[in-house]
Design a protein around this ligand. Structure first.
Ligand SMILES: C[S@@+](CC[C@H](N)C(=O)[O-])C[C@H]1O[C@@H](n2cnc3c(N)ncnc32)[C@H](O)[C@@H]1O
Length: 462
């Protein structure tokens, strides 16, 4: 059978592919179907047809898979925030483990690597310590809101996959603790009532751009970061006052300002409006100060499992030199410092390096130092070969110049931490010329999404 765009096809789902879509085969031709899972039988509408595969959406669920559960969130199936709520948790964990293993097999071209069962997240909901909600002048309506006369000129919430300019007016997100939802709704009411316009993601005009919330799990305290297009203290200061008056849990309100068109909630400038300038949280025995724009693992309890795994794979004896690439606020460096001689962290973002230094002081750690700059440039300045290299790059993985420099430096051991199995596998494809991947531990930091964090232990051959 030849599959055509807009055609409705009946098919059985045989697997879930990397990226989270269900996989069906029609006369051997691969069809990736959104919001479906192994064991489903569906009538699907083809939305895209390529030479080797097609994409489709479920038109009707004919026979539901035994892996299906009722998603508790009303936005499930519409919101891009978490797309796997309908799959039971044990199967989510196994799909993630397999995706890590398959990435190594198909991209890094190494078979038989030990990929351990995924470590589950302690909390399945309310686990995120950071949420970013977008403002938009075009609201995406849920089916029950159609033809109700609902105002579509304002939204504050999460994106619908496939549209960049329309946003759900999210009243509650189950991935954040409940107080976050109350803050979200207070900010929404304030923005709606204000005389400053909401930002248009197509027109790039308007004032209110994003709301970013951070939660300290250890202290149950919140930071509110309001992102606006221009500086206008008269517009944001009363909101800061309102939040502090209404929420005893809110200890910090900041305002990031960005004129960039990109959909990234990071300002070129930050104004500290009220309370503390940063939030403090704890992972294991250590306290960390986190600024609005610094990277901090988004699942605090999951971070402890992740760093425990890093510590186990590092297996330090006490006098080693460790290099921590992409060190963020110094969390891994601090985690390893007591069992190392010296740890040097390399990081691009200035506020993260400032936080990293403060975090060392706060935790009484005096054998870490941090170098600010792009690793492409700063790694060249390191001449002494460390015993251990920790690499924890962003989703895009390592720049190819950095991979080249790592191979030149060639430490005995590498612990590679990754939030993207595909780019980890791409980097391993280069590193395998010198290194063996001994084992990989996936750690689930992001339940109900297809994202997976993993830690790989690499040793130098020969
Ligand atoms: C996945 S985070 C890891 C942070 C830290 N290891 C942790 O666990 O919190 C990646 C970090 O790499 C930094 N980064 C991204 N590109 C970089 C580059 N070219 N050079 C240096 N650091 C970079 C980001 O600012 C971010 O802090």
């Amino acid at each position: 059978m030849v599959v055509k765009k807009k055609q409705i096809v009946e098919c059985d789902l045989i697997d879930v592919a990397f990226g989270g879509k269900g996989l069906a085969k029609i006369d051997g031709f691969a069809v990736f179907i959104d919001q479906s899972v192994t064991g489903d039988r569906v009538a699907a509408r083809i939305t895209r047809k390529k030479r080797n595969y097609a994409e489709a959406v479920v038109q009707e669920l004919l026979v539901p898979s035994s892996m299906r559960v009722d998603p508790p969130c009303p936005y499930s199936g519409f919101c891009g925030g978490c797309k796997w709520q309908f799959i039971d948790y044990p199967h989510q964990l196994e799909f993630k483990r397999r995706h890590v293993a398959e990435s190594l097999e198909h991209i890094a071209l190494i078979g038989g690597t030990t990929v351990h069962p995924t470590l589950p997240s302690h909390h399945l909901f309310g686990y995120r310590n950071k949420m970013e909600f977008s403002c938009s002048d075009r609201r995406w309506l849920m089916p029950h809101e159609m033809n109700t006369g609902a105002d579509i000129s304002f939204a504050l919430g999460l994106h619908v996959p496939g549209t960049f300019h329309k946003v759900l007016d999210t009243r509650a997100c189950l991935l954040q603790p409940e107080t976050g939802n109350r803050i979200l709704n207070t900010v929404r009411s304030y923005m709606r009532a204000s005389d400053r316009p909401v930002y248009g993601l197509r027109t790039h005009e308007g004032f209110w751009r994003f709301l970013m919330l951070r939660h300290s799990v250890a202290r149950d305290r919140w930071m509110v970061n309001v992102v606006t297009a221009i500086e206008d203290r008269d517009a944001v200061m009363p909101l800061a006052d309102l939040l502090l008056a209404q929420f005893p849990e809110v200890v910090s309100v900041v305002n990031n300002i960005t004129a960039r068109h990109s959909g990234v909630a990071i300002g070129e400038r930050e104004i500290h409006l009220a309370g503390e300038p940063a939030l403090t949280d704890r992972i294991g025995p250590f306290e960390f100060e986190i600024s609005a724009n610094s990277f901090f693992q988004t699942n605090t309890r999951g971070a402890q499992q992740l760093y425990d795994t890093v510590g186990r794979y590092a297996a330090l004896k006490g006098d080693e030199k460790v290099l921590d690439l992409y060190c963020g606020t110094g969390t891994i460096a601090i985690w390893l410092a007591q069992r190392a001689g010296e740890v040097i962290g390399l990081e691009l973002v200035e506020s993260a390096v400032t936080d990293a230094r403060k975090n060392c002081e706060r935790n009484g750690i005096d054998n870490c130092r941090f170098i600010l700059g792009d690793i492409k440039d700063t790694l060249e300045t390191i001449h002494a070969v460390p015993e251990l290299l920790v690499i924890d790059p962003p989703r895009a993985g390592m720049h190819k110049d950095v991979v080249r420099q790592v191979l030149k430096l060639a430490p005995e051991k590498i612990v590679y931490v990754s939030c993207n199995p595909a780019t980890m596998a791409r980097d391993v494809l280069e590193l395998k010329a010198v290194y063996t991947v001994e084992e990989v531990q996936p750690v689930d930091m992001f339940p109900h999404t297809f994202h997976i964090e993993s830690v790989a232990r690499l040793t130098k051959r020969g």
